[in-house]
Design a protein around this ligand. Structure first.
Ligand code: GDP
Ligand code: MG
Length: 329
């Protein structure tokens, strides 16, 4: 006689992290680093739009389904943290929403690709910041599934590129490599893009640190390690603006004492107004971030639920659909 499963077994089954049928690969990196191009090269299509170099194109987290070698891949395009229109916290929030919804459905991430243009002459402050955020998104376990990929090799002299790559590996990327991240110098061919995919297929799929924090530990967005990085950024931007405001006030005093100049004074006053309103907006955004995140997440969950009911598809397929997954084969 077939025995019923014990309650414990049923629960174990439910909570078990099973490797889904899809291989999930998330692509991140600064705007213009070639994220969308890489995804299109992998799939051999033009599923995602490529930037012209002015401003950024991918505003949303965008999933592309791709069938290859009898497997289904989901390649996830993301906006850069340095987006021209979206704030860093908004981009972070959108990526976190996607990752949270993914893990709520117990879908694990197989690989996370971090793109860095080798054509960048120096590591800019924003690149260092982005790297810091990336490390905290992944956490030390997740970093094993990260591939740090340099792009834009045809924009640098080979020798120079190699010396920059060496510098990255020995310096900025070192802690990540020590945690098991791989590196790849990507010169743009499809064969190389598929090598990156093959490297990812060797990974055991993983839960990223931010997913554990948001879902298992029920932390608020700003209380996650990555959230703390973003919050510190926000705080320092506000500080910088307040410093500038102080300087403007001093300037007004000086202008007033030296030679009262109404025109100069009113111009400075305009600047003061601008800074004040900028500071106010940033402070309000910072205070609202956790609530906005919860609201956006709730709306997305509802959307997924409704779509799965209406179209009679699984929650997972509805999740892909909500994030715009188009089928590329
Ligand atoms: N030279 C060179 N250009 C690239 C490479 N990858 C992308 N591009 C170009 O860089 C620009 C930005 O690429 P895109 O994929 O939209 O970057 P994203 O913002 O990270 O998605 C586009 O004009 C691409 O054609 C590359 O490996 N080498
Ligand atoms: Mg893009």
């Amino acid at each position: 006689m077939k025995k019923f499963k014990s309650v414990k077994d049923v629960f174990k089954k439910k909570d078990e992290l099973i490797e889904g049928p899809e291989v999930v690969i998330v692509v991140v990196g600064e705007t213009g680093s070639g994220k969308s191009t890489l995804i299109n090269t992998i799939t051999g299509s033009s599923a995602v739009k490529i930037g012209s170099g002015l401003g950024s194109l991918t505003k949303k987290v965008e999933a592309v389904k791709w069938q290859h070698d009898g497997r289904i891949f989901v390649l996830v395009d993301t906006p850069g943290f340095d987006d021209t229109e979206l704030s860093e916290e908004e981009v972070f929030s959108r990526i976190a929403q996607f990752l949270q919804l993914l893990y709520e459905q117990r879908i694990l991430v197989n690989g996370i690709i971090y793109l860095h243009p080798i054509s960048n002459i120096r590591m800019r402050g924003s690149s260092i910041q982005m790297l810091r955020l990336f490390k905290q998104l992944c956490g030390s376990n997740g970093l094993r599934n990260a591939i740090l990929v340099t792009t834009m090799w045809n924009r640098v002299e080979s020798k120079e590129g190699l010396s920059r790559q060496k510098r990255l590996e020995e310096d900025y990327w070192k802690p990540m490599i020590e945690h098991g991240s791989h590196t790849y110098a990507y010169r743009g061919s499809q064969a190389e893009a598929h090598e990156i995919i093959n490297q990812i297929l060797l990974n055991q799929s993983t839960v990223l640190q931010i997913q554990r924090e948001l879902v298992d530990q029920k932390r608020k967005l700003l209380q996650t390690e990555a959230g703390q990085v973003v919050d510190a950024d926000l705080a320092s931007s506000i500080n910088r603006m307040q410093e500038r405001l102080k300087q403007l006030h001093n300037l007004i005093d000086e202008t007033h004492q030296d030679a009262p100049d109404k025109l100069a004074e009113s111009e400075i006053n305009e600047d003061v107004k601008e800074y004040l309103s900028g500071i106010k907006t940033m402070e309000a955004n910072r205070a609202r971030l956790d609530d906005d995140y919860a609201k956006a997440l709730h709306a997305l969950r509802e959307k997924i639920r409704a779509l799965s009911q209406v179209q009679q598809i699984s929650n997972t397929d509805a999740l892909w659909a909500v994030f715009g997954a188009q089928q590329e084969s």
